[in-house]
Design a protein around this ligand. Structure first.
Ligand code: C2E
Ligand code: CA
Ligand code: CA
Length: 555
């Protein structure tokens, strides 16, 4: 039983005075026979309800072993974290046990506590927030990855499948009906998918219009297909949005844990690749099957691509970007080309997906960046000074996620001695949506270096105002699909107008892609678009020809 220990008057007075000076809860603990007892406490200690002299102490009950261990040791001080219980209203303390150096291995010590409950709570809710999608309340991509990690650690990856559900043409809803309507639709979709799942399946929103389900498999792949079919039929009934009925088409891709050996996140990526297939095939796709089907051809194109990058079989073409007001060429976009051993010229559409899937996009992207910078400095050298244009280079979403793009860009501009503001990086919305926090940091670092940032293919992904406003984006590139055929399509004109006014409101410049006719050029100029790019000015051209174009058009 704890009991009171009498200190000598003088000793007691001195101890008490010292403790009372401290702005934090503090007490002196002594080991008497086999008990730990509080022999002095300050007012803050008592007010915090940590214990009183002569009574049982919450603190000593919880820390009995630690204090004994410390007293038996020869350490001068010891610090650790302590929380009073597992309840939500518990308090968090940083505890310090200490004694004078000469009192080592004595039978008493001072306990002081710093209450950092408030910080701890903020931290907890912040990390909860960072793992949650604010719109639907579901886990976001990071939250999903966490849950996947935990589930796989417990039962092994083989026991699981990941389904990715992608809403087709969701950006249309956003563009035509506004992002509020888009948000409403996403919430209803989430609800319906949830209703189609089994009790333990975990639903999350991993991208703008992309949901993922983590499910355990009892019978095998068929379980996952069944759930996918249930999701499809749950979404088949049209949605009501104010006065409209909207039919939502979805594409579903499945990845089986059994096909993943190292990185659990591969499960998500595999399912996303299966979704891409589902989009073109129009049916539910399982990654495993795809890998099996395509392994051979994929493998050889991958090997050849690797060789091509290493052996300099890649080159860049450059397509001019013109100022719609003056008609002058202000920039070129560099576009990768691959000439195979047999002299075949492959376009990026054929090898970029393979490069992204195999990870070869990293060396490819690094090469493209360096080659772009090298070209610019050689053009400057030929012009005997600034050649008058800037160059844009495409950075894949995967590269933005996996590479240290900012460091790469910093080194590249330094190596080739070019002013950072002569270089533009073209990123896609998917790059940002995949991991908004990481991309925001990278983008900020890039802005600090001084390069220009363009959002490529704008309008085809998840055009969320929130993201855009927060990111330091200089230029929006309006996707070709909205520009082509725009003159005969009022919907497209409305979309282009909306994008232009959005860009203007956010102080961004705009580039229209796919300008093939003078009529289009004039309409776009009249609508206030800043730049145009397309076959009207030139197809992508080899470096020498592109350089000559500057002289031809700008003089
Ligand atoms: P993008 O960034 O949207 O590039 C523009 C594409 O549109 C180019 O196709 C270009 O040839 C084409 N284009 C330009 N003007 C017109 C036009 O008036 N009409 C039509 N019909 N097409 C036009 P390309 O060169 O086949 O590139 C395809 C995509 O491949 C690019 O789309 C870009 O996303 C990607 N890409 C190209 N080079 C690289 C690279 O070095 N790195 C990365 N990560 N991606 C690249
Ligand atoms: Ca581009
Ligand atoms: Ca583009």
């Amino acid at each position: 039983m704890p009991r009171t220990v009498q200190l000598s008057d003088e000793e007691a007075e001195e101890t008490q005075a010292t403790l009372d000076l401290l702005p934090i809860p503090a007490a002196v603990v002594r080991r008497c026979d086999d008990d730990l007892v509080l022999i002095a406490i300050n007012r803050l200690f008592r007010l915090a309800g940590l214990g009183t002299i002569g009574d049982r102490s919450l603190l000593l009950d919880a820390l009995d072993e630690r204090v004994r261990g410390y007293l038996a040791s020869d350490r001068v001080e010891e610090r650790f974290q302590w929380q009073t219980s597992e309840d939500i209203d518990c308090r968090h303390y940083a505890v310090m046990l200490s004694r004078r150096p000469r009192d080592r291995v004595a039978n008493q010590c001072v306990v002081t506590l710093v209450d950092h409950t408030a910080e701890q709570r903020t931290e907890n809710s912040l990390s909860r927030e960072m793992l949650t999608d604010a719109l639907t309340g579901l886990p976001n991509r990071a939250g999903f990855a966490d849950q996947l990690e935990a589930a796989c650690a417990e039962s092994g990856t083989e026991a699981f499948a990941v389904l990715v559900v992608d809403l087709d043409r969701f950006s249309r809803v956003n563009a035509c009906m506004g992002s509020l309507a888009g948000d409403e639709l996403l919430i209803s979709v989430a609800r319906r998918i949830k209703g189609a799942l089994r009790g333990n399946d975990i639903l999350s929103r991993i991208g703008g219009d992309e949901f993922a389900v983590l499910m355990s498999l009892e019978e095998g792949a068929e379980d996952a297909c069944q759930v996918a079919r249930r999701i499809e039929s749950a979404l088949a009934t049209p949605f009501r949005l104010s006065d409209f009925e909207i039919r939502m088409q979805v594409s579903i891709g499945i990845a089986l844990g059994a096909d993943v050996d190292a990185d659990n996140e591969d499960l998500i990526r595999n399912a996303q690749f299966a979704v891409k297939r589902a989009k073109s095939s129009g049916k539910i796709e399982i990654y495993q099957v795809r890998a099996f089907d395509l392994m051979r051809s994929q493998f050889s194109i991958e090997t050849e691509l690797r060789r091509a990058i290493e052996h300099g079989q890649m080159h860049l073409c450059f397509q001019p970007i013109c100022d719609l007001g003056t008609g002058r060429i202000v920039a070129f976009e560099s576009l990768a080309r691959w000439t195979t051993d047999t002299g075949l010229e492959l376009s990026p559409g054929e090898f970029i997906p393979v490069a992204e899937e195999s990870g070869l996009i990293l060396p490819l992207g690094r090469w493209a960046l360096a080659e772009t910078a090298r070209t610019l400095s050689s053009w400057d050298a030929q012009a005997g000074g600034n050649c008058g244009v800037t160059l844009s280079v495409n950075i894949s979403a995967i590269q933005l996620q996996r590479d240290n793009v900012a460091a790469l860009v910093r080194d590249t501009v330094a190596n080739y001695g070019i002013a950072p503001n002569r270089l533009t990086l073209e990123l896609t919305e998917s790059a940002i949506v995949a991991d908004p926090d990481r991309s925001a940091n990278t983008l900020r670092a890039l802005k600090d270096i001084g390069v220009t940032i363009a959002m490529d293919d704008f309008g085809t992904g998840y055009s969320n105002l929130g993201y855009l406003q927060k990111m330091p984006i200089d230029i929006l590139k309006i996707d070709r699909s909205f520009v082509t055929g725009m003159l005969a399509d009022r919907d497209k004109v409305a979309i282009v107008r909306a994008i232009l006014s959005l860009a203007q409101a956010l102080g961004m410049r705009t580039t229209a892609e796919g300008v093939e006719t003078v009529e289009l050029e004039q309409t776009l100029a009249a609508l206030g678009c800043t730049f145009g790019q397309g076959f009207l000015y030139s197809r992508p051209a080899k470096s020498d020809l592109a350089f000559q174009l500057i002289g031809l058009r700008n003089n």
